[in-house]
Design a protein around this ligand. Sequence first.
Ligand code: C2E
Ligand code: MG
Ligand code: MG
Ligand code: MG
Length: 290
Amino acid sequence: AAKGEGRNRFHYFTPSMQRDAKHRMRLIQDLRHAIAEQEFELYYQPIVGLQQNKCLKAEALIRWRHPTRGLVSPIEFISVAEETGLIVEIGNWVFQQAARQSAIWRDRFGVEVQISINKSPVQFRDEGECFDTWVSLLKKLNLTNNNICVEITEGLLLDGNEAISATLERYRESGIQVSLDDFGTGYSSLAYLKRFEIDFLKIDQSFTRNLDSQSNDFTLCEAIIVMAHKLGMKVIAEGVETEYQRKVLADAGCDYGQGYLFSRPLPSEEFEQRFIEVRLANTEVEKTDA
Ligand code: C2E
Ligand code: MG
Ligand code: MG
Ligand code: MG
């Protein structure tokens, strides 16, 4: 606010503003340290096929193991990381980590788990360089068959930017899929849906929350599913917490669900035990039965 008030005005800082500024400086310092010391971890949340009732994909969600504060949620640091540009380095780490994990699971268990990563609009500013590095790692790990999916938000598509549209096309050509995260919460005109190459719509959890069949939210979910399918996209419902929500969504033809009903985000070893080893064990059983 002080900036717009003319250069002859004094800038006042209230004690609470000073505290906020200090808190922010500290956070930025800590984030730089965290990048250097590799204090980040990826947690994995299953994305379950609602028609097959199988875990087919996972979303990688970043956590910060802070030396004194313990596990810190992304909600507390992603926006500052975006404002300072630190998100570029963090985002590259997330990508490499997710790609390696997908290769590890394939090599160890012979299963392909597509891993989704969240990519901030800020990361698209120097996309050319980033894209080449990412694609060469995927090639090196032999992961060019939709093993990685990038989650973007509506804000990125708002400008109707030709460069973004070209980028998403290159993603598709390189075997990287694209999800539109938090669908329905941005200032969307829907026009972009036909102009960009998008594979999955993720219905935001604010719509999944009140899903009884009389509600407007149910009508919206149903309409989104029909529209997405007609446009050749699959639908993932976020925030599925109850069996009732799962059933309503499955009956409405929704392709995938993600939420606490299936599991919270888990450290990689736990995800592996609960969703990969178990799945393989069940497949063995099916085989012996047959
Ligand atoms: P998002 O991408 O929409 O991720 C889904 C969030 O919903 C996650 O929160 C997840 O833990 C939470 N969630 C999943 N199932 C349920 C449920 O059934 N009920 C409820 N209430 N919540 C559920 P999380 O892990 O705290 O992440 C928050 C946001 O931080 C993410 O929202 C994403 O926007 C951002 N984020 C996380 N990791 C990264 C990252 O690596 N890079 C970037 N740029 N952003 C990230
Ligand atoms: Mg996401
Ligand atoms: Mg989301
Ligand atoms: Mg969200």
